[in-house]
Design a binder for this molecule. Sequence first.
Ligand SMILES: O=C(O)CCC(=O)C(=O)O
Ligand SMILES: [Fe+2]
Length: 261
Amino acid sequence: MQDILDLDRYPLDRPGSARWDALVARARTDLARDGMFNLEGFLRSGARDAAVAELAPRFESDSFTHARRHNIYFQKSVPGLAPDHPALRMFETRNRTLCGDQIGPVVTRLYEWPGFARFLAAAMGKDALYTMDDPLARVNAMAYGEGEALNWHFDRSEFTTTLLLQASDAGGAFEYRSDLRSDTEPNYDGVARLLAGQDPDCRSLALAPGTLNVFRGRNTAHRVTPVRGEQSRIIAVFSLYERPGVQFTEEERIGFYGRAA
Ligand SMILES: O=C(O)CCC(=O)C(=O)O
Ligand SMILES: [Fe+2]
């Protein structure tokens, strides 16, 4: 993996070594403080260029355009919440997705490398993490062109792992508010405050290409602001679970990707 990852800086290939332990400890400290950690320069620049070259033409010809109006929950209604509650404010999202069966060898090699899952599990305080068996959902790439965005949402999974492959010229910022809710407290008024642009704890992150970003997406509200300019923002999104063999249902695949197989 040395050819694609900077393992001198981030020794994911040496689990149990003092430097590996120190990296895990740093990730955990950052997660506890910010709800996220970043490894800048994780993917080498040559591998980044190769990954973009693999993906860019397929975004033009084969990608699924995800375009919809939605609320932060991606749900039509929320039990116990009035339809006009400001936490249910509607937003527009539009971007393009490539699925696991359309993604080239650079990104796929990283996803399937056991050292990656092992490090993420240790950082997240899990015994182990496993890649998905779902050929579409396991790893995705998303492109955001001029005017495209991913609006406010919470993720379904506890945490989300992304790798920025290409930054946009302008816009395309990752904005987030960690710990906005918990698994037991939905904090609808806090959600409404954030959506009204009145949450002082909302942060903006300008990711550099090659950065691995891991955040607690289930309870961190987040969005990608509209991209401006010629160059698309391209990001890979990896899905790992605490049990092996996870797959989406056919209905979920159609909802997310417009196809079941
Ligand atoms: O593009 C990003 O940085 C975030 C992606 C994201 O939030 C998601 O895939 O759920
Ligand atoms: Fe997300």
